[in-house]
Design a protein around this ligand. Structure first.
Ligand SMILES: *[C@@H]1O[C@H](CO)[C@@H](O)[C@H](O)[C@H]1NC(C)=O
Ligand SMILES: *[C@@H]1O[C@H](CO)[C@@H](O)[C@H](O)[C@H]1NC(C)=O
Ligand SMILES: *[C@@H]1O[C@H](CO)[C@@H](O)[C@H](O)[C@H]1NC(C)=O
Ligand SMILES: *[C@@H]1O[C@H](CO)[C@@H](O)[C@H](O)[C@H]1NC(C)=O
Ligand SMILES: *[C@@H]1O[C@H](CO)[C@@H](O)[C@H](O)[C@H]1NC(C)=O
Length: 609
């Protein structure tokens, strides 16, 4: 379809991006690192994957786990710019285990109709996700802990989860009940562990599966998904229809720790002026009892993480005793981040702030540099491709991500963006969580699309909400600081929260106001909006190299390239990201324009200006 768009008296030839062939610009696909694991070329490496629940990077949780520090951070690589793409357990986990953005899984919530285990099954992923693929590639696969939400004592067998040689899943509604969890093993009936701490239970199960895996002939993938430091949930509150989440419960031997520790008082902690957009901007400042509770909540999370720290230590020791440690990649991460008190928020996730979307990622294993800090932007969507790469399996074309650079001189394609997306309700946690309408702990219309962009000379977060609020933050203010939590979003400096970008601007005022890479905010926003338009409906390679959708025959590969003056008109005429209404799920009709215009013929746009 060829469109003729009249702009400012000029006629510009543009073509719908839908017809543009998806680029084959990734000729230099990531090389497998297998060749580096020279010790045993005939046997692919093992993979041990540990995923915690709701563990932040931004609130500095990783400074309180000395054993993880010793085994993973010092013996491996810390990916300090690692992000999740949807800051909520179930969507994030489904994205992780399928290698797809949530808009391509349509598992966007924790419960049906938009999410949860039933939605995962309905979408066909039970036959089409990482453990199934790994088994096909010759791996023995094991899993214990939380897999997805709404995976319950009622539905665990209809159908059973595919793809695992051994499994022992935490079951809803007891998943987050630290002292009364229920696990469901293989195809057996669920078993209650009333009175035992869930981290002790999972440690036994994880070591058991690791032993099984070590006994096998084939390489293994063992995933361990403890519930800490997620909030504790009393199942009786779920029965009453009101999920009530309270501070996590540590093992008794850790309950006394960190008595003087408090939530880091970054400038965005309970600020005097409201911050953020949409409903967040209306939050009242928290009073002293709420602040004290938040500090208690924070300490409880750090204490609950001590059990995970010891779990990792046990797993590493077992691998070491077996002689397999040197042929095993250990990956440690979390399903999403967490905020406590920033922007006046009660404890929780579901937001696009740094605290919510940045999570720890450590990888150690054959060829992975020790004590190294990797700066490249990486996301959870990249993890399935990364595991494929480590296992020597060619990438799938439906992967929305690309293998991350785990070894030096890694030849893969890199990206500077993170596609952040969310649909539905924000969820508040803790005893001061009933701030929604009618005392609800949920707030509707928490639907937004964002792009997080980190490149040379820029560090941005641009967001469009379903009520069409816009946000743009320059997060570079503290780029030169070493402390990771200070590095993260210290003030969330709002460049211009109320800027209306619906109107094309006239050239005369284009370079007024603050500059970014020498260009005005308007010019920058024009680019960011077009980029977001591509990313919010991208698939496969277009998620990895979105600039190529906009410039199929040009050499634009970054915001910096796109900001070139010759592209001003092209970005000015783009349709804008917008919503027609706020929906609770991925309802395309509510989500405004889907396709950008694309410069098809390599025409230099300045000839038109
Ligand atoms: C694990 O499951 C796969 C697929 O069913 C099978 O081929 C393999 O033999 C199993 N491994 C073990 C140790 O039973
Ligand atoms: C623990 O969970 C079981 C179900 O597995 C339930 O019957 C029991 O009442 C629970 N105990 C407590 C103290 O909540
Ligand atoms: C702080 O606010 C909470 C929630 O509105 C309220 O329950 C509590 O009494 C307040 N505490 C103080 C000290 O004002
Ligand atoms: C949420 O969005 C819907 C649809 O856009 C709107 O009708 C409703 O008033 C909004 N609710 C709130 C609490 O803003
Ligand atoms: C996603 O799932 C919801 C709920 O089933 C459905 O209404 C919606 O149309 C789906 N979205 C897409 C893009 O398929």
């Amino acid at each position: 379809m060829k469109l003729l768009t009249a702009v400012a008296g000029l006629v510009v030839a543009v073509e719908s991006a839908a017809l543009a062939p998806l680029g084959s610009q990734f000729q230099n696909a990531p090389q497998s690192v297998l060749s580096l694991g020279e010790s045993n070329p005939s046997k692919p490496p093992n993979i041990l994957f540990v995923i915690t629940d709701d563990q932040d990077l931004g609130l500095d949780s990783i400074s309180y786990t000395p054993l993880i520090e010793k085994h993973l951070r010092q013996k491996g690589t810390f990916f300090r710019n690692h992000f999740v793409t949807t800051a909520l357990c179930c969507p994030s986990r489904v994205s992780l285990w399928t290698g797809r953005q949530a808009h391509n899984t349509n598992v966007t919530d924790v419960n049906p109709p938009y999410g949860g285990y039933p939605k995962f099954v309905e979408r066909g992923f039970n036959d089409n996700f990482l453990p199934v693929w790994l088994q096909e590639a010759g791996y023995d696969t094991y899993y214990t802990g939380k897999l997805f939400n709404a995976h319950t004592v009622e539905n665990y067998h209809s159908p059973h989860v595919n793809g695992f040689n051994g499994s022992d899943f935490l079951m809803d509604p007891y998943t987050y009940s630290y002292m009364n969890s229920t696990y469901q093993r293989h195809k057996e009936a669920p078993v209650s562990y009333e009175g035992r701490h869930t981290t002790d239970v999972i440690t036994e199960k994880a070591l058991g599966f690791l032993d099984d895996a070590l006994d096998g002939e084939r390489p293994f993938f063992v995933a361990v998904a403890p519930v800490a430091p997620h909030s504790n949930v009393d199942p009786r509150s779920i029965e009453k229809g009101k999920v009530f989440m309270t501070a996590p419960i540590p093992l008794e031997r850790h309950a006394h720790l960190f008595q003087d520790v408090k939530v880091p008082r970054t400038p965005n902690f309970n600020p005097d002026e409201p911050s953020g957009a949409s409903w967040i901007r209306n939050l009242p400042q928290q009073n002293q009892s709420q602040i004290d509770y938040n500090d208690h909540f924070y300490r409880s999370r750090l204490r609950a993480l001590q059990g995970v720290d010891e779990l990792v230590d046990s797993l590493v020791s077992r691998l070491e005793e077996s002689g397999q440690l040197d042929n095993t990649y250990i990956i440690y991460t979390s399903d999403n981040g967490f905020h406590i008190g920033q922007h006046r928020l009660p404890p929780g996730k579901t937001c696009g702030f740094e605290e919510d979307i940045r999570v720890p990622l450590f990888i150690r294993g054959p060829g992975v540099p020790e004590g190294y800090v990797q700066e490249s932007v990486t996301t959870h969507i990249d993890l399935a491709p990364t595991i494929f790469n480590l296992a020597g399996i060619p990438p799938r074309s439906d992967f929305d991500g690309t293998a991350i650079p785990v070894v030096p001189n890694f030849g893969g394609a890199r990206h500077e963006h993170v596609t952040v997306e969310f649909w539905g309700r924000a969820v508040m946690e803790g005893i001061h969580s009933e701030i929604g309408p009618g005392g609800s702990t949920m707030i509707a219309n928490n639907t937004y699309k964002s792009v997080r962009l980190l490149g040379e000379g820029y560090n941005l977060y641009y967001s469009v909400w379903c009520n069409n609020d816009h946000e743009l933050y320059d997060l570079s203010v503290s780029h030169h600081m070493e402390d990771i939590y200070v590095f993260i979003c210290p003030a969330n400096k709002l460049l211009d929260g109320s800027l209306s970008i619906a109107q094309p601007v006239s050239p005369s005022n284009q370079e007024d106001g603050p500059l970014l890479l020498g260009r005005s905010l308007t010019q920058t926003i024009n680019r960011l909006d077009a980029l977001l338009l591509v990313l919010k409906s991208c698939q496969g390679v277009t998620c990895i190299d979105p600039w190529n959708v906009l410039h199929p025959e040009e050499s634009v590969r970054s915001l910096r390239d796109a900001l070139s003056k010759e592209h001003d008109l092209f970005y000015q005429v783009q349709p804008r990201v917008s919503f027609d209404w706020c929906d609770a799920g991925y309802v395309i009709e509510a989500e405004g324009p889907q396709e950008p215009l694309t410069s098809r013929y390599g025409v230099s746009w300045d000839v038109w200006v």
